[in-house]
Design a protein around this ligand. Structure first.
Ligand SMILES: *[C@@H]1O[C@H](CO)[C@@H](O)[C@H](O)[C@H]1NC(C)=O
Ligand SMILES: *[C@@H]1O[C@H](CO)[C@@H](O)[C@H](O)[C@H]1NC(C)=O
Ligand SMILES: *[C@@H]1O[C@H](CO)[C@@H](O)[C@H](O)[C@H]1NC(C)=O
Ligand SMILES: *[C@@H]1O[C@H](CO)[C@@H](O)[C@H](O)[C@H]1NC(C)=O
Ligand SMILES: *[C@@H]1O[C@H](CO)[C@@H](O)[C@H](O)[C@H]1NC(C)=O
Ligand SMILES: *[C@@H]1O[C@H](CO)[C@@H](O)[C@H](O)[C@H]1NC(C)=O
Ligand SMILES: *[C@@H]1O[C@H](CO)[C@@H](O)[C@H](O)[C@H]1NC(C)=O
Length: 753
C-alpha cells in the first residue's frame, strides 16, 4: 500500500484508488473492486488482506485464508479431537507389558519396537500402536482376543498380506490405520466385524484392487483414505458404507468415473480425486452426491467436462478442477453452484472467458486462475489469484515500482548515450571512416533498445491502474509485436556487431602480418549482412504466425524470455537456437578472442618492453579487456542461465524475467557507447580539442595536429613498438592511417586510470 502510494507520488500519475460509494446495490462493485462487508463501499482488490483495515470495519481483512475446503469441513463433521484426557490415569492398567512398550491406562504404545508379531498383553487393551515395527502378515484372528480395542495403529510396517479374518472380533474398533505398508489386495469381507469403525486409513500402500464388498460391514465408516495406491477402477464404492462422509482417492490410477462409481455415496461431503488419470467423467457421476461440500478433480486428464456434471451439487463450497487439459469451459458450467465459496481453475486456458461464467456464484470469495488477467471477469470475488505474473499485475503493466522508475532511467541512458555518440562520431577527425561506420551501426542497434524500453514505459503509463482490462488485447496487439521485435533486432545486431569487431581486432593482433584491412566494400557488405540477418531473426516470428503463434506477446513486456503459456514447438526451438545457439557462440567468441589477444600482447610485451613501463600499460589494457568481457558476461550469462533452466523445466518466476528485461538485457546497449567510444582516447582528445577551441574561440577543430596519430599510437599500443608493422606494412607508408588501425584495437585510449 505504502509502496503503491509512493509510486503514485513519484510518477505523478493518479491511480484510481477512489473509494466508490455504491448505494443501491452493494454487490455491484466496479471491475476489480470488492464490497466492504455490509457497508456500501467498494475497495480495490489490491487492498484485500494487505494487513491494513481499509474498510474501517475490518471487512477487508477477513477471510484472508481460503478455509472453505476440508479443514473447515473436517471441524464441522468430526469436531475437535476429544481424548477424554480427564478420565485417563497415567498408571498402566494392563498388567505386565513387553519392555519395548509404553503403557498408560489401557493404552499400549510399541512404536519402533522391531516386533514381528503382535505382542501379548491384557485383553482389556483399548489402544494399540505398533507403528514402525516389522509385521509382515496379518494372520487370521490375530486380534481376536483384544475385543476392547478401539484404535489400532499399524503404520510403517511391512505388511503385505492381510488374511480375510485378520480383524475378526474387533467389534469396538473405531480407528484403523494401515498406511505405509505394502498391501496389494484387500479381500471381500476383510472388515466385516468392524461395525463401529469410523476411520479407515489405507494411504501409501499398493492396493490395486478393491470392490465394494471389501468394505462390507463398515456401516459406521465416515472417513476412508485411499491416498497413493494403485487403484484403477471403483464400482459403487459406498454400497456397504452408507455413512461415508469423506473419501480420498488422491494419487491413484483411476481412468474413468462412471455413473455407478459413487452411486450410493449420498452422504459424501468431501471427495478428493486429485492426481489420478481420469480422462472421462460420466455426466451423472456426481448427480446423487447432494451433500457434497468439496470436490477436487485437479491434476487429472479431463479434457471435457460434461455440461450437467455439477448441476446437483447445490451445497458445494469448494471446487477444484485445476491442471486438467480442459479445452472448453462452458459459460453455464458453474450456474447451479450457488453456495460455492472457492473455485480453482488454475492451469487452464479459458479462451471463452466471460463474466457470465462467474456471475451466478454470488457467494464466491476465492478464485484461482491461470493468469491474473482473468481476474477482471470475476470482479465480485474478493480474493483472486494470481494477482501478478511477476512482470505485470492486475493494475500495472510493470508490477514493481522500481521497474516502473528504472525503465525510464535505463531507457534515457541508453538513448542519450547512443545518440550522443552518433552525433559526436562525426567530429572525430582521426577516425577511420569504416570503423566509424561500425560503431555508428552499433549505436543505432543499441539505441533501438532504448526505444523499446521507452515504449514499454509509455504503455505502462497508459495502462496505469487498469492494466488487467487491456492485458490480453495489449499482448495480442501489433505495437507489442513490433516493439518486441525491435528489442530482438537490437540485441541480435548488437551481438553480431560486437562479434565482428572483436574478430577483426583479434585477427589484426594475432596474425599481424597476414592481416589485410577490410576494404570499404567488404565492411559495408558485412554490416548490411548483419542488419539483414538481424531483421530476419527479429521479424521471422511475425511473418510465420502459424509456427510461432504469438512469439513476442507472451508477457506484458513483449520479450520472449518468459512465457506463461506453453510455447509452440517452433517458438521453443527458435528461442533456444537464438539465445543458446547464436548468442552463446558469439559470447564465447568474444571472451576467447579477448583472452587470446591479452595473452598475445602479454607475451610480446614481456619480450620487448622495459619492465616498469610495461606493467603500467598492461594493467590498463587488462582493465579494458576486463570491462568489455564483464559487461558482455553480465548481460548474457543470466540470460543463458535462464534459458537453460527453462529448458530443464525449472519454473522461472516472472519477477526474475522482468528484472532481466529491464536491467540486464540493456546493460550492453547502455554501456557500449561508453566502452567503445566515450572512454577511448581519440574521443577524449577530440573533446579536449573542442573545449580548448571553444575557450580560444577558434573555429571548431580547424586543424588537427598532424603528429597526433602517431602519438596516440605510442600511448595506446606501447608494447608493440617492435611489431609496429603489425597489420600490413603498408601502414608505414601512410603513417596518418596508423591511428585508424589503433582505433580498431581494443585498448585504444587505455587511460582509465
Ligand atoms: C460515501 O457515502 C457516505 C454517506 O452515504 C459519505 O459520508 C461518504 O463521504 C461517502 N464516501 C465517499 C468516498 O464518497
Ligand atoms: C454491519 O454489521 C455490523 C455487525 O456485524 C453492525 O454492527 C453494523 O451496524 C452493520 N452496518 C450496517 C451499515 O448495516
Ligand atoms: C479386564 O478388566 C476387568 C474389569 O475392568 C477385570 O476384571 C479383568 O481382570 C481385566 N483383565 C485383565 C486381563 O486385566
Ligand atoms: C464395546 O464398547 C461398549 C461400550 O462402548 C462396551 O459396553 C462393550 O463392553 C465393549 N465390548 C467389548 C468386547 O469390549
Ligand atoms: C449409467 O449409464 C449407462 C449409459 O451410459 C446407462 O445405461 C445406465 O442405466 C446408467 N446407470 C445409472 C444407474 O444411471
Ligand atoms: C487445487 O488443486 C491444485 C493442484 O492439485 C492445488 O495446487 C491447489 O492448491 C488446489 N486449490 C485449492 C484451493 O485447494
Ligand atoms: C451466501 O452466504 C450467505 C451466508 O454466508 C447465505 O445466507 C446465503 O444464502 C448464501 N447464498 C446462497 C445463494 O446460497
Amino acid at each position: 500500500m505504502q509502496v503503491h502510494i509512493a509510486g503514485i507520488l513519484m510518477c505523478g500519475v493518479s491511480v484510481v484508488l477512489t473509494v466508490f460509494n455504491v448505494s443501491e446495490d452493494r454487490a455491484h462493485c466496479p471491475l476489480g473492486y470488492f464490497p466492504c462487508g455490509n457497508l456500501s463501499t467498494c475497495l480495490p482488490q489490491l487492498l484485500h488482506c494487505n494487513g491494513v483495515d481499509d474498510c474501517g470495519n475490518q471487512a477487508d481483512e477477513e477471510n484472508c485464508g481460503d478455509n472453505n475446503g476440508w479443514p473447515h469441513l473436517f471441524d464441522n463433521y468430526f469436531g475437535m479431537p476429544s481424548n477424554n484426557l480427564g478420565t485417563k490415569s497415567n498408571a498402566c492398567l494392563l498388567g505386565t507389558v513387553p519392555a519395548e512398550c509404553q503403557c498408560r491406562d489401557l493404552e499400549l504404545d510399541c512404536d519402533g519396537a522391531h516386533f514381528k508379531e503382535v505382542p501379548t498383553v491384557s485383553i482389556n487393551v483399548t489402544m494399540m500402536s505398533l507403528q514402525r515395527n516389522r509385521l509382515r502378515k496379518l494372520n487370521a484372528d490375530m486380534f481376536l482376543k483384544y475385543q476392547s480395542l478401539q484404535k489400532l495403529y499399524l503404520q510403517h510396517n511391512r505388511i503385505k498380506a492381510v488374511h480375510p479374518h485378520a480383524f475378526r472380533g474387533l467389534y469396538n474398533l473405531t480407528r484403523l490405520y494401515l498406511s505405509y505398508n505394502r498391501i496389494t489386495t484387500l479381500l471381500p469381507d476383510v472388515f466385516q466385524d468392524l461395525h463401529k469403525l469410523e476411520w479407515l486409513i489405507l494411504e501409501n500402500n499398493n492396493i490395486h484392487h478393491i470392490s465394494s464388498l471389501t468394505f462390507s460391514g463398515l456401516r459406521s465408516l465416515v472417513l476412508l483414505v485411499l491416498l497413493n495406491n494403485a487403484l484403477t477402477k471403483l464400482d459403487d464404492i459406498c454400497l456397504e458404507m452408507p455413512r461415508l462422509n469423506w473419501l480420498d482417492i488422491e494419487g491413484n490410477k483411476m481412468e474413468t468415473v462412471g455413473n455407478v462409481t459413487f452411486r450410493s455415496c449420498n452422504m459424501l461431503t468431501v471427495l478428493v480425486l486429485q492426481r489420478n488419470r481420469i480422462s472421462y467423467v460420466h455426466e451423472k457421476a456426481f448427480s446423487l452426491l447432494r451433500k457434497l461440500g468439496e470436490l477436487d478433480l485437479s491434476s487429472n486428464r479431463i479434457e471435457a467436462i460434461p455440461p450437467d456434471l455439477f448441476v446437483n451439487l447445490g451445497d458445494l463450497l469448494q471446487l477444484n478442477i485445476s491442471y486438467n487439459p480442459i479445452t472448453d469451459l462452458r459459460v453455464d458450467h458453474f450456474d447451479k453452484l450457488h453456495k460455492l465459496k472457492s473455485l480453482s481453475i488454475e492451469g487452464i486456458e479459458i479462451g471463452n472467458i466471460h463474466r457470465k461464467m462467474f456471475e451466478p456464484l454470488k457467494n464466491l470469495t476465492h478464485i484461482y486462475f491461470k493468469k491474473f488477467q482473468y481476474c477482471g471477469y470475476a470482479p465480485h470475488v474478493r480474493s483472486c489469484k494470481p494477482n501478478t505474473d511477476g512482470i505485470s499485475s492486475f493494475e500495472d503493466l510493470l508490477a514493481n515500482i522500481v521497474l516502473r522508475v528504472f525503465v525510464w532511467v535505463v531507457s534515457a541512458t541508453t538513448c542519450f548515450g547512443n545518440i550522443f555518440v552518433i552525433c559526436m562520431r562525426s567530429y572525430i577527425r582521426s577516425e577511420n571512416k569504416l570503423h566509424a561506420m561500425c560503431i555508428i551501426s552499433l549505436c543505432c542497434a543499441d539505441g533501438l533498445m532504448g526505444v523499446y524500453l521507452f515504449m514499454i514505459g509509455a504503455y505502462d503509463l497508459k495502462f496505469r491502474g487498469e492494466y488487467n482490462r487491456h492485458a490480453q488485447a495489449w499482448m495480442d496487439s501489433v505495437p507489442c509485436q513490433v516493439i518486441g521485435s525491435l528489442a530482438m533486432l537490437s540485441t541480435e545486431v548488437s551481438v553480431l556487431l560486437l562479434t565482428y569487431l572483436t574478430l577483426e581486432k583479434y585477427i589484426c593482433i594475432v596474425y599481424p602480418f597476414r592481416y589485410l584491412t577490410p576494404g570499404r566494400r567488404r565492411t559495408v557488405t558485412i554490416l548490411v549482412v548483419i542488419w539483414i540477418l538481424g531483421f530476419f531473426i527479429a521479424f521471422l516470428p511475425l511473418v510465420c504466425k502459424g509456427v510461432f503463434r504469438n512469439f513476442y506477446g507472451t508477457n506484458g513486456v513483449c520479450f520472449p524470455l518468459h512465457s506463461e503459456q506453453p510455447e509452440t514447438l517452433g517458438a521453443q526451438i527458435y528461442s533456444i537456437v537464438i539465445f543458446l545457439g547464436l548468442n552463446l557462440v558469439a559470447f564465447l567468441i568474444i571472451v576467447l578472442s579477448y583472452g587470446s589477444m591479452f595473452y598475445n600482447i602479454q607475451r610480446t610485451g614481456t619480450q620487448t618492453t622495459k619492465y616498469s613501463n610495461h606493467i603500467k600499460k598492461e594493467l590498463t589494457i587488462a582493465k579494458r579487456f576486463f570491462s568489455i568481457v564483464i559487461t558482455d558476461s553480465l548481460c548474457w550469462i543470466p540470460i543463458f542461465i535462464l534459458k537453460i533452466l527453462s529448458l530443464m523445466d525449472v519454473e522461472i518466476p516472472g519477477t526474475i524475467s522482468s528484472w532481466v528485461v529491464i536491467f540486464i538485457l540493456p546493460i550492453n546497449s547502455a554501456l557500449n557507447p561508453i566502452l567503445y567510444t566515450l572512454t577511448t582516447r581519440p574521443f577524449k582528445e577530440t573533446l579536449l580539442q573542442v573545449w580548448s577551441n571553444y575557450r580560444q574561440r577558434r573555429p571548431l577543430l580547424s586543424s588537427h595536429p598532424a603528429h597526433l596519430p602517431s602519438f596516440t599510437w605510442q600511448e595506446m599500443w606501447p608494447l608493440q613498438e617492435n611489431s609496429q608493422t603489425l597489420c600490413t606494412p603498408d601502414y608505414l607508408a601512410h603513417p596518418s592511417e596508423m591511428s585508424n588501425t589503433a582505433q580498431l584495437l581494443p585498448v585504444e585510449g587505455s587511460n582509465g586510470t
